[in-house]
Design a protein around this ligand. Structure first.
Ligand code: MRU
Length: 340
C-alpha cells in the first residue's frame, strides 16, 4: 500500500501520479498556487485525495500571508479558497473539505490561532480519510464472496491517502484470505486503471487482468465478472453517482447481464444539497493523444467529459464508512447522514 501525501509542517509532499508506474517522483508544495496547479494538472487526483490536498492548500495560503491583520488574512485565505474551488468541479470532497477547514477557524481571535486551527483540521481530514477507507473495507467485505471476479474502473486507491475506497474493499477481502480476482479497466483517456490500479494491485499481490474499456460488454456477457465495485466523485441524495467517464456504460451493461453493481465512497462524497452534478470537461488533447503521442489526425476535434452520472436505478448498493445504503437511496442515504 502506498501513502500519497505527507504534511511536513512547512510544506506538503505528494506522489506525482502522472509519472506512474514508470517513475516514483515526490513533489514538495510550498504555496497554495502550487496546490491549485497540481490538482488541475491531475498530478494528484481522486475525489478524496483532492479534498485532502486542497485543505493543505488553505493552510499554505495562511502561511504565505506576511501581514499582521487577522481580517486581511481571512480575506487572503478566502481568495485562495475560491481558486482552489475552481480546479475540478465534479468531486464533492473538494468543496466539503474547503468548507470544513474554513469553518473550523471561524471564531479564531488571533492570526496564530487561525493558522493553527486550519492546520489541525487539515491534518484531521487527512487522518480521517485513512480511517474512513478502512471502515468502507470492513462494511464492504460483507458483499464479497469467495472466488469472485470483481471488475473495477479508474483508480480508487491512490485517489485517497492510502487504503482506497473500492480498492479498499478489494484489499480487505484479499487480506482476509478471500480468493478473489480483479478485472481492471484501462480507463481512457488518462489511463488511471492501466497505470495506477494495475500498479497497486501488483504491489498488493492481488491477481488481476487488465482490459480496455471497450471489452466490458464482452466480459460481462461471457459471465467473466461476478461483481462491479467502483468509486465515486459525487453522490446525490437520490443515489445518482458521478464517477470516472465510462462508469455509466459499465453499470448499464452490468444490469443487462445481471451483475451486481456497487459504489464505494466516504460520506464526504455525498452531496446533501445539489440535485445536479457539474461535469468537468477537460482539454480535447487528452483524447487526441495517448501518453503524449498524437493518435488522431491533425485538425480532428474531440469531446472530453471527465465524468458521467450513473442513475440510481443501476446501482445495487452504496458502501460508505457508515454502512451500506440500499434503494430507496433517498431514505438510506439520509439515514446514514443523520447518524454521522
Ligand atoms: O479524474 P480522476 O482520476 O480524479 O477521477 C477519479 C475517479 O473518478 C475515482 O473513481 C473517484 O474519484 C474515487 S477515488 C477514491
Amino acid at each position: 500500500m502506498v501513502r500519497t501525501v505527507f504534511w511536513r509542517g512547512e510544506y506538503l509532499e505528494v506522489l506525482d501520479q502522472s509519472r506512474l508506474p514508470h517513475e516514483e517522483k515526490w513533489i514538495k508544495l510550498r504555496s497554495y498556487q502550487e496546490v491549485v496547479k497540481i490538482i488541475r494538472d491531475m498530478k494528484i487526483r481522486g475525489a478524496p485525495l483532492i479534498g485532502v490536498v486542497a485543505a493543505f492548500g488553505v493552510v499554505l495560503a495562511s502561511k504565505q500571508y506576511e501581514g499582521n491583520r487577522l481580517e486581511e488574512l481571512r480575506k487572503t485565505v478566502l481568495r485562495a479558497v475560491e481558486e482552489l474551488k475552481n480546479t475540478r468541479p465534479t468531486g464533492r470532497n473538494l468543496f466539503w473539505s474547503l468548507d470544513r477547514v474554513l469553518r473550523s477557524a471561524d471564531d479564531s481571535e488571533s492570526i496564530e490561532e487561525y493558522r493553527e486551527r486550519l492546520e489541525d483540521t487539515a491534518v484531521r481530514i487527512m487522518e480521517e480519510d485513512v480511517e474512513c477507507n478502512r471502515r468502507i473495507g470492513e462494511y464492504g467485505i460483507e458483499i464479497v464472496n469467495e472466488e469472485e471476479v470483481i471488475l473495477t474502473h479508474c483508480n480508487t486507491g491512490l485517489g485517497t491517502v492510502d487504503y482506497g475506497t473500492a480498492l479498499g474493499v478489494i484489499r480487505t477481502a484479499w487480506r482476509r484470505g478471500l480468493d478473489i480476482e480483479v478485472i481492471a479497466t484501462e480507463t481512457r483517456p488518462k489511463l488511471q486503471g492501466a497505470r495506477l490500479t494495475a500498479w497497486e494491485l501488483k504491489k498488493e499481490g492481488i491477481p488481476f487482468r487488465l482490459i480496455t474499456d471497450s471489452m466490458v460488454g464482452y466480459v460481462m456477457k461471457e459471465g467473466l465478472v461476478d461483481k462491479v465495485i467502483v468509486g465515486a466523485d459525487r453522490i446525490l441524495l437520490n443515489g445518482d453517482v458521478a464517477n470516472k467517464i465510462g462508469t455509466l456504460t459499465i453499470a448499464i451493461v452490468a444490469q443487462r447481464y445481471g451483475v451486481p453493481f456497487y459504489v464505494a465512497a466516504p460520506v464526504s462524497t455525498i452531496d446533501p444539497k445539489s440535485s445536479e452534478i457539474p461535469i468537468e470537461f477537460r482539454d480535447e488533447i487528452e483524447v487526441l493523444e495517448c501518453m503524449g503521442v498524437r493518435t488522431a489526425p491533425e485538425g480532428c476535434r474531440a469531446l472530453n467529459p471527465a465524468f458521467d452520472v450513473t442513475d440510481n436505478s443501476l446501482i445495487t448498493g452504496i458502501i460508505t464508512d457508515r454502512g451500506i445504503a440500499y434503494p430507496p437511496y433517498l431514505e438510506s442515504l439520509q439515514k446514514i447522514l443523520r447518524e454521522c
